[in-house]
Design a binder for this molecule. Structure first.
Ligand SMILES: Nc1ncnc2c1ncn2[C@@H]1O[C@H](COP(=O)(O)OP(=O)(O)OP(=O)(O)O)[C@@H](O)[C@H]1O
Length: 330
C-alpha cells in the first residue's frame, strides 16, 4: 500500500447494543442502544485525523470496531485491507492503541519489563525492538523511568510509557483515545510534539479522540465530529470553527494588579469580573499575545491563563448552524 491510499475504510457501519435493565424485583426491560449509526468515512495512509464528539457519542465504540474488539452489527469495515473482527490477531501486529484512561502496562512491574513482555507477545525482531525502544526512551524522556514500577509513575509519565508500548512493534496506524487527559501542560506539549514527529518521520496514520481542542489544533488538519453515533462533520478544523456563524471563542483569564472596570479591548469582550480578576472571550483562531500586551499597557498583570473552548461548546454550536455548513465528505 502506498502513501495516500485508503488505509481505513468505514462504510455504512452500525453498532447496536442490547441492554437489559432491572426495572422491578423480578422484571427486566430490554432495549437497544444504537451506539454507531450509518457511519462512513475513509482515512488515507499517513493522515492524522481528529475524531471528536460529546460523551456517549460513539467514539470508543468506533475505535473498538476498528481494532476488532467489537464486531459491527452492519456495514463494512477494513483497516489495511483487513476485516478487523475476522482477523484481529493479524491486524494487531499492524495497529497500536492507547486508551488514556486505562493502561496496557503491567501495574506491578518496572516499565522495562512490560516492554520486554510486549517484545515477546508481538515477536518483535531484536534490532527493531532496540531501535524503537531507544527512540521512544529518548523522545518521550523515559530513561529514568524504565526501572520504576508502573504504579509509581505519575499520570503523565504513565501515559508516555503507554504511548511507547503501543509503538514498539512499529504499527502503521495508532488509535489514541484521550492521550492527554489529566496531563499537565508540560506533559501535553511533550506528547503532542512526539506524535507530530512520529507522523512526519514514520508516516504513521493516527486517529485521535480527545476532548481537548488544542490537541486537534496542533496535530490534525482534518477533524470528524460524531454525535449520537452519526457523522456530523468531516473536514478542515478551520471549517469547524466557523460552524454556527461565529468562531468558537477562547477565554483569557487575567489577574490584574488592582480592581478595574471591565476592560475595553478590540476583538475581545469581558464576560465576567470578580475583584481584580477578569475573563475576556476572544476568537479561538486569534493569538492571545496581542490581547495580553494590550491589557498589560493599561494595568500590570499578576497572573494569566488561557482556557480553550471545549468540544461540547463547538458541537453545541453545530446544532444552531445554518444549512451552508459543509457536511460529511462523499
Ligand atoms: N458494551 C456496551 N453495552 C451497552 N451499551 C454500550 C456499550 N458500550 C457503549 N455503549 C453505549 O453506546 C453509546 C456510545 O458509547 P461510546 O463509549 O462509544 O461513546 P464515546 O463517544 O466514546 O463516549 P465518551 O466520550 O464518554 O468516552 C453510549 O450510549 C454508551 O452507553
Amino acid at each position: 500500500m502506498v502513501e495516500g491510499e485508503t488505509f481505513i475504510e468505514v462504510d455504512g457501519v452500525e453498532k447496536v447494543f442490547d441492554v437489559r435493565r432491572k426495572v422491578g424485583f423480578m422484571r427486566r426491560e430490554r432495549r437497544t442502544v444504537r451506539a454507531v449509526d450509518s457511519l462512513s468515512f475513509t482515512v488515507p495512509r499517513g493522515e492524522m485525523v481528529g475524531y471528536i464528539g460529546p460523551n456517549g457519542a460513539g467514539k470508543s465504540t468506533t475505535i473498538k470496531m476498528l481494532t476488532g474488539i467489537l464486531t459491527p452489527s452492519a456495514g463494512r469495515l477494513r483497516v489495511a485491507g483487513i476485516d478487523p473482527s475476522r482477523e484481529r490477531t493479524r491486524l494487531a501486529h499492524r495497529i497500536g492503541v492507547v486508551f488514556g484512561q486505562r493502561t496496557t502496562l503491567w501495574w506491578d512491574l518496572p516499565l522495562i519489563d512490560s516492554y520486554r513482555l510486549m517484545r515477546r507477545m508481538y515477536r518483535i525482531p531484536d534490532r527493531r525492538y532496540e531501535e524503537n525502544l531507544a527512540r521512544c526512551v529518548e523522545l518521550l524522556e523515559l530513561g529514568e523511568l524504565l526501572d520504576v514500577p508502573v504504579r509509581q509513575l505519575s499520570l503523565g509519565q504513565r501515559m508516555r510509557g503507554d504511548i511507547a508500548a503501543a509503538l514498539l512493534h512499529d504499527p502503521e496506524v495508532l488509535y489514541l483515545d484521550e492521550p492527554t487527559i489529566g496531563l499537565d501542560v508540560v506533559s501535553k506539549v511533550k506528547v503532542r510534539g512526539f506524535l507530530r514527529d512520529l507522523n512526519a518521520e514514520k508516516g504513521t496514520t493516527v486517529l485521535l479522540t480527545t476532548h481537548d481542542l488544542t490537541d486537534i489544533e496542533q496535530l490534525c488538519r482534518r477533524v470528524m465530529v460524531i454525535d449520537h453515533g452519526r457523522l456530523m462533520y468531516d473536514g478542515e478544523l478551520d471549517g469547524l470553527h466557523q460552524v454556527g456563524g461565529g468562531a468558537v471563542e477562547r477565554t483569557l483569564v487575567v489577574d490584574l494588579e488592582r480592581e478595574l472596570p471591565p476592560l475595553e479591548i478590540e476583538f475581545a469582550r469581558v464576560v465576567k469580573v470578580e475583584g481584580a480578576r477578569q475573563w475576556l472571550a476572544f476568537p479561538a483562531d486569534r493569538s492571545a499575545a496581542p490581547l495580553v500586551a494590550a491589557i498589560a499597557q493599561r494595568c500590570p498583570l499578576v497572573d494569566l491563563s488561557v482556557r480553550e473552548p471545549d468540544i461540547e461548546a463547538v458541537i453545541a454550536r453545530m446544532y444552531v448552524r445554518d444549512a451552508s455548513v459543509p457536511g460529511p465528505r462523499p
